[in-house]
Design a protein around this ligand. Sequence first.
Ligand code: MG
Length: 243
Amino acid sequence: MLAVAGIASAQNPAIVAHRGYWDDNAQNSIASLKKAQEFGCWGSECDVHLTADNVVVVNHDGTIGVTDIQTSPFKEVRDNKLKNGEPIPTLDEYLDQAAQSETCVLVLEIKPHANQVREDMVIHQCLEALKAHQLLDPTRVVFISFSYYICKELARLCPDFTVQYLEGDKSPAEVHADKINGIDYHYSRLVKHPEWVQEAHALGMSVNAWTVDQEKDIRKMIELGVDQITTNNPLLVRQLIQL
Ligand code: MG
C-alpha cells in the first residue's frame, strides 16, 4: 500500500473513476461514488464549487439549468436534481459516503473561482470539511485543479498531500519549481510529450491522465507508465491492465 496517495510508482496504473463510476447513473452523484468504491477503484474523482453563500457543492458544470452555482445561494442550487433524482450533493454529504470506504481515494477537483478571495475560501471550506470527516489524510485524498493558484496554495497548506495540476500547459519541471508534486493532464498532452512522464517521475512527481476511455488510448497510457488513469470506463481499464 502506498504511503501517500498518488505518489509515483512502477506499478500498473491505478484506476480513478471520473466523476464516480456513473455509467448507468448520474455523474458526481453519491450513488456513483458508492459504485466506484464497490468496484474497487483506486480512486474516485469529483468536482466542487462554492456557492455565493459559501456552501461547497459537488457538480461538474458551473451551471445547472439556469442556475450559476458560484453566484447563486445554496437554496437555489439545491432546487436542482441530478438525473437519478438525488439532490445536488453538498461536499459534506458526499464525504459521508467517501468515508464509508477505507481504500478508495477521493480525487477532489476544486474548480477555478472568480478571484483569489473566492479560491482561498473554497480551499478553506474543503479542508475543513475533510477534517470534519477524518479524511484530511494524504492517503485518502488527492487534490486536482485547473487553477494554478489553487494548486500552489494546496501545496503550501498541505505539503504532505499529492496535488496534481490539470491544465497541461506546463512541463513537470515548471510545476515542480512551484512545489506542486503532480500533474494530471489530458492524455493527448502526454502523447505529445511522452518525455514528461519520465521527467515527472525523475522529480518524484506523480502523473495522472484524463479522461481515457478508448482502448488504444488506455493502452498508450499504460505503455507510457502513468501512475493513474482517470476514466469513464473503469471496467475496460481494469481488463486491459490485467491482460
Ligand atoms: Mg473533474
